[in-house]
Write a protein that binds this ligand. Structure first.
Ligand code: HEM
Length: 122
């Protein structure tokens, strides 16, 4: 399954598409069931592509340490907050707090992903 783990391109494609679909759904005036459904499929693809990278590379990189585990944790939190925002929007509940948390965990995830391990390393 080297296409999953030899580069981070597939993983990047899945989360970029998910972010676009999330913003389309979250900023639309009415809830959009189809976009939300496709987004949920993207969550699964993010977890499969990220999980494969994790299993392949965890422990093999000297500099990564706990960052690798934290990357996975924060990646899952990003997905969790996207889902919370869309579900709360559908129920007409306030989402401000969840937007703030989403922004923070997204930034941390991008930082952890881009600063350690394989792929880009700033
Ligand atoms: C929407 C959520 C997510 C975002 C925005 C995100 C973002 C990123 C970014 C920016 C990278 C670095 C790519 C590169 O250096 O070329 C990356 C790598 C990675 N991601 Fe994610 N990710 C997300 C979800 C997940 C999840 C859910 C998992 C685990 C199940 C995961 C596991 C990994 C692993 C193991 C790597 C490789 C780290 C490395 O070696 O640089 N990610 N991700």
């Amino acid at each position: 399954m080297s296409f999953l783990t030899s580069t981070t391109h597939l993983h990047i494609t899945t989360w970029v598409l998910a972010l676009v679909l999330f913003f389309v759904a979250a900023l639309a005036s009415k809830p959009n069931k189809v976009v939300h459904m496709i987004l949920r499929v993207m969550y699964i693809l993010i977890i499969i592509s990220g999980g494969a990278l994790f299993m392949e590379w965890r422990g093999k990189l000297d500099d990564a340490g706990m960052n690798y585990d934290m990357k996975v944790l924060f990646g899952i939190l990003v997905i969790g907050f996207m889902e919370m925002i869309l579900v709360r929007k559908k129920k007409n509940k306030p989402t401000t707090m969840f937007w703030v948390l989403f922004a923070i965990v997204l930034l941390v995830t991008l930082y952890l992903g881009l600063s350690t391990g394989i792929g880009s390393n700033f």
